[in-house]
Design a protein around this ligand. Structure first.
Ligand code: ZN
Length: 501
């Protein structure tokens, strides 16, 4: 699902970053936040607090148009700044005045306000745009999936460029109002609560509100013919459950519903593992797309129908809902911290298996460990720093979950579950890094953990059995061959979650 940053693109990004400030005037905001994996993702010089997107989408032509109003605060004086965006722009205003703008780089919208901006000031940026998102390719692809009845934006790490301008990095989280007009009989789905729905002259406008900070890649938009249900049920804790199914799911419909209709129950169970659910709504939608992955779009999970090709799969629901704590509420500081998302979401699938009586986390760890010989190059991928090309490699998931089991065995049940529950509270609705997690786990457990975590996350090769670094000093089967847990195939069916687009 992610594209490769070509060497040429990386070099161009470095050049953009190296742009000197003009002497004696306000500087230009950088074209990236400096993420080592994606140097030109996000932008420097300002923090966004809110996106207001008022859009119109016509499924027949794939025409998306509208206005993005972005509220931000400058973190430095700015003569110029960037947004990340791939669509054609008609007009930009900054603080109510016409601004100059230009499309530069691979996905940059460079904006020059009429008056340079001072540091620490509130700024309002209005961008009017109209384009056909499926026709806009960046790095050779478009993240906008056109469907027979509409279109969908749900991708990682690049998803926003094809439907709204943003500061596209997980460190700049913001609240969202997304209001989309679509032809009557068609629905528009985004994150959070549906706060308005009204029809006029053949068009229906759906207004969605996300009141909790949200990373840009976790914002989603889907337009199509859906059975949308926002009112039937809540979790035991009272969180409204929202579901939407394309009316054209065909053979996948039963299995998709049999999985997503357990969203409330699985959310309640996850809350017993990770603490209170962090957002105001929870749910998921299944659009009519041909892809095979799912994505933890905030409070409103995206599922491809083919995720349910082999029948219902509650494991994938557990995975994506686990991300609401590990990834969405507590977001990455840098994309290299991806283990904090995928290692724990995969581990949640192991815990769910244990809960469902289909194999314990330890049995899944034993089987995972035994299933690949030491010479398998798979063991060369480091979950703690996989590199951009391997960010969603299966080792980040499986070896990542082995690292979590190793942690559990090293610190004991009580400290482990205190960490599992405490971490999302410690960094609720914020950002955190791998280094932050190490320090936190050591503090809660009172044990040195660097050697253990290094061996599982940052050391090439298969950790040797029978050492302190194996997942199960007590449980790793040494004599008998581990047995395949009953949940194994269902969990493996979720391996395509983030593989290829
Ligand atoms: Zn995931």
């Amino acid at each position: 699902m992610r594209t490769r940053l070509t060497l040429a693109a990386a070099a161009a990004a470095v050049l953009l970053l190296a742009q000197p400030a003009t002497a004696g005037t306000a500087p230009f905001g950088s074209a990236g936040v400096g993420d080592p994996y994606y140097p030109d993702y996000g932008n420097g010089g300002y923090d966004v607090s809110h996106y207001d997107l008022r859009l119109t989408y016509q499924p027949a032509t794939d025409q998306l148009s509208g206005t993005a109003t972005i509220l931000a605060t400058t973190t430095e004086a700015l003569a110029r700044f960037n947004l990340d965006f791939a669509l054609a722009v008609q007009d930009v205003q900054v603080n109510g005045r016409q601004a100059k703008f230009a499309a530069t780089g691979d996905h940059e919208l460079e904006i020059t306000p009429a008056v340079p901006l001072a540091k620490g000031k509130k700024v309002t940026v209005v961008v009017r745009y109209a384009d056909v998102p499926s026709s806009r390719k960046v790095y050779g692809w478009t993240g906008w999936q056109r469907t027979p009845d509409g279109g969908v934006a749900a991708n990682e790490p690049e998803g926003s460029w094809w439907w709204y301008p943003s500061n596209d990095h997980p460190t700049d989280k913001a609240t969202f109002d997304v209001s989309v007009a679509v032809p009557d009989g068609t629905q528009a789905i985004s994150n959070g609560a549906l706060v308005g729905q009204s029809s006029k002259l053949g068009w229906t406008r759906y207004s969605w509100r996300q009141t909790k900070p949200q990373a840009t890649y976790l914002a989603t938009l889907a337009v199509g013919r859906f059975d949308l249900d926002t009112t039937t049920t809540t979790t035991a804790a009272g969180v409204p459950v929202i579901t939407a199914y394309s009316r054209d799911l065909g053979e996948y419909e039963g299995a998709a519903r049999a999985s997503l209709e357990r969203t409330g129950e699985i959310t309640d169970w996850l809350a017993t593992q990770f603490g209170p659910y962090p957002f105001a709504t929870v749910g998921g939608y299944v659009p009519n797309v041909p892809t095979r992955y799912a994505l933890e779009t905030q409070g409103q999970v995206f599922y491809s129908p083919k995720v349910f090709a082999a029948g219902s799969n509650t494991s994938v629901v557990a995975h994506e809902l686990a991300h609401q704590w590990y990834g969405d509420s507590v977001s990455l500081e840098r994309w290299s911290d991806i283990w904090l998302n995928e290692g724990f979401a995969r581990y949640a699938q192991w815990l769910w298996s244990e809960h469902e009586g289909e194999g314990t986390a330890q049995e899944l760890a034993d089987w995972t460990y035994a299933s690949r010989p030491a010479e398998d190059p798979w063991w060369q991928v480091l979950p703690g720093d996989p590199g951009p090309d391997n960010q969603f490699h299966s080792a980040v998931y499986d070896r990542g979950a082995l690292a979590v089991q190793a942690l559990r065995n090293a610190v004991g049940e009580q400290a482990f579950f205190a960490i599992l529950r405490g971490w999302p509270a410690e960094h609720r609705l914020g950002n955190a890094s791998l280094a932050d997690f190490r320090a936190y786990a050591e503090r809660i457990s009172g044990k040195p953990l660097n050697a253990l975590l290094d061996s599982w996350l940052l050391t090439p090769g298969k950790p040797a059995p029978g050492t302190a670094t194996t997942p199960a000093p007590a449980g790793l089967a040494k004599a008998a061959t581990p047995q395949e847990p009953r949940s194994w195939k269902q969990i493996k069916a979720t391996d395509s979650l983030h593989a290829g687009h």
